[in-house]
Design a protein around this ligand. Structure first.
Ligand SMILES: O=C(O)CCC(=O)C(=O)O
Length: 300
């Protein structure tokens, strides 16, 4: 497998422009098409944020009883009952109706519709934490190799549950990288879930944008965009609710979310009768992986 995978003509990452947009301005939609990501400050209303934070805190309380990670709770090595330090709550929409209502019915689905059209599948989600003065680095990577699909329409919406300033482990996105190579995220036979240093030399990570904003700010990034995040160097926690959606005509090559009851569910519009294929090859990561933190931190 080589890391240069640009054979075949790319398709648009957006659906055809609808007669009217639900949330985005035409220029935000164009920015997404050009850069592969956008950020919208303070989009999610306070009432929603309060509900999301309240259920998040319920899960943090539950984590106090744990001494090691399990399939739902990914813990930092120094997690304790007195001072819980989570890295991730896996698949929150399967665990609480509030999360499911938010990911399947809120304004963020309208944003997704503006970008990928009216027929939408929820693919999977997670709640990533970065504890104060810690949190793990997430190395530069592209998402689609983790959950390959027949086309590159899938995207991920990140919702800030906290006010995010610089140096809080905010995610950096490399503009335009969705149009470049798809990189090999194996190292030999091992799945490492990140881009090799030798390949990174070809990515202009110095140009990465690191959106900040008040709680309720969202980011939307395409599944090919190179992105990553540093540890949280501040004294405040950074909680980021991430959910991935796919146009109905993007079909997953692996059953990676099949263990999730709500994974790969049509949430809006009609099911597709035809799969749409992007001619560019897609690397296929393993069907069963630990979380990105575990995979990347064990990289040799
Ligand atoms: O939580 C973060 O900082 C980044 C997460 C991320 O990029 C991912 O889970 O793919």
């Amino acid at each position: 497998m080589t890391s240069r995978q640009i054979s075949g003509e790319a398709q648009d990452i957006t659906a055809p422009m609808p007669a009217s947009l639900r949330v985005l301005t035409p220029s935000q939609r164009a920015d997404y098409g050009r850069d592969g990501f956008i950020a919208i400050r303070g989009l999610v209303a306070t009432a929603w944020l309060e509900r999301l934070v309240a259920v998040t805190e319920e899960f943090v309380e539950k984590s106090r009883a744990l001494t090691e990670s399990n399939p739902l709770f990914d813990l930092e090595p120094d997690h304790t009952a007195e001072s819980p330090r989570l890295r991730r709550l896996v698949s929150p929409a399967d665990l609480h109706e509030t999360f499911w209502e938010f990911v399947s019915q809120s304004v963020i689905v309208d944003v997704v519709e503006d970008l990928i059209g009216p027929d939408i599948k929820y693919h999977h989600g997670k709640l990533n934490f970065k504890a104060p003065r810690g949190g793990e680095e997430v190395k530069w990577h592209q998402d689609i190799q983790f959950w390959p699909h027949t086309n590159y329409g899938p995207l991920t919406v990140g919702v800030f549950l906290d006010d995010v300033e610089p140096n809080m482990g905010n995610v950096g996105f490399v503009p335009g990288s969705h149009e470049d190579d798809l990189f090999d995220q194996y190292s030999g036979d091992a799945w490492v879930g990140c881009i090799a240093a030798s390949d990174l030399a070809r990515v202009d990570v110095a140009q990465a944008a690191y959106p900040t904003g008040p709680a309720g700010t969202i980011t939307v990034h395409n599944c090919r965009v190179v992105h990553g995040s540093a540890p949280n160097r501040s004294n405040r926690q950074r909680r980021l609710l991430l959910q991935t959606y796919a146009p109905a005509d993007a079909f997953a090559y692996t059953d990676i979310v099949k263990q999730s009851p709500r994974g790969d569910t049509l949430i809006r519009g009609e099911p597709a009768r035809w799969a749409r294929h992007d001619p560019r090859p897609c690397q296929v990561g393993p069907s069963r992986v630990r979380t990105i933190f575990e995979v990347q931190q064990r990289e040799v």
